[in-house]
Design a protein around this ligand. Structure first.
Ligand code: OOG
Ligand code: MG
Length: 254
């Protein structure tokens, strides 16, 4: 049995050396509770390197994504400042193991949140929304994991890019989301594919954050989860996402 702190340092080292490791669940059963403890320890190691928490990300909020990865529950991970790419800042493939890109929507919180909220309530806790691309990069070999493994690995979080912050529209339903690689359409989905409505994903983040002691503070970013399956990034590439009514996000991986 590998201890919680040992699991965290194995995953931290795997990320920092771009060397995927074996899934823990192949050799032991461990609980979702302890998986979130591994995640907390992993984030503590990042914070020790000088990178504060800037938000959270939801995972498996789309049926296509759940099916792609063979899991059955939504999960929450934490975003640290080193994961955010600035405008025109490229992502270095050399810093990743086997990156994939996901089309997402991001929210910015206007108040601290300490209790689980419904989708109707949570609308009042955001002041901005944006198109976003998440780069996930599992630290496990072959991108294979159990729910506990992926939660321990901070839900495969690697990097993210935000488009322009927009005012929150009255609704976020039925927005077309098109992701292209070097100008070629790669995936197309709808904001409805994110738990039927991205505000439901935001509400789910308040439930999971309260349950697992994850901070949701004013100014923090919430990535609502992908609307489609994730796409492998194999080479130098320009990735662009266009979301109806919210504009674009893009970055280059080199
Ligand atoms: C886990 C992360 C999933 C999403 O948006 O559904 C995720 C993974 O698939 O590696 O970020
Ligand atoms: Mg994601």
């Amino acid at each position: 049995m590998i201890s919680i702190s040992e699991k965290a340092s194995i995953l931290h080292r795997a990320a920092r050396t771009q060397t995927p490791v074996k899934q823990f669940s192949l050799s032991e059963n461990y609980s979702l509770e302890s998986a979130y403890q591994v995640q907390h320890e992993l984030i503590r190691l990042r914070q020790e390197e000088g990178f504060p928490i800037v938000g959270v990300k939801m995972g498996f909020t789309s049926h296509a994504k759940m099916k792609q990865m063979g899991v059955k529950d939504v999960i929450i991970g934490q975003l640290t400042s080193d994961m955010q790419l600035n405008k025109r800042e490229p992502l270095l493939k050399a810093n990743c193991c086997h990156p994939r890109a996901e089309p997402e929507i991001a929210f910015r919180l206007n108040t601290d949140i300490y209790e689980p909220l419904t989708a109707n309530e949570v609308i009042n806790y955001v002041d901005r929304v944006a198109a976003a691309i998440e780069i996930i990069d599992s630290r496990y070999e072959s991108f294979k994991f159990s729910l506990e493994d992926v939660v321990s690995d901070n839900c495969s979080s690697c990097a993210f890019i935000l488009g322009q912050w927009c005012d929150v529209p009255l609704g976020l339903n039925g927005l077309d989301m098109k992701m292209s690689f070097d100008g070629q359409l790669e995936t197309e989905g709808s904001s409805d594919d994110i738990l039927d409505n991205p505000f439901e994903a935001l509400a789910a983040s308040t439930r999971l954050a309260c349950r697992y002691n994850i901070p949701l503070m004013k100014g923090m970013i919430v990535l609502a989860g992908a609307s489609t399956t994730a796409s492998f990034i194999r080479k130098t590439l320009n990735v662009n996402l266009r979301v109806d009514g919210l504009g674009e996000a893009s970055f280059t991986i080199i």
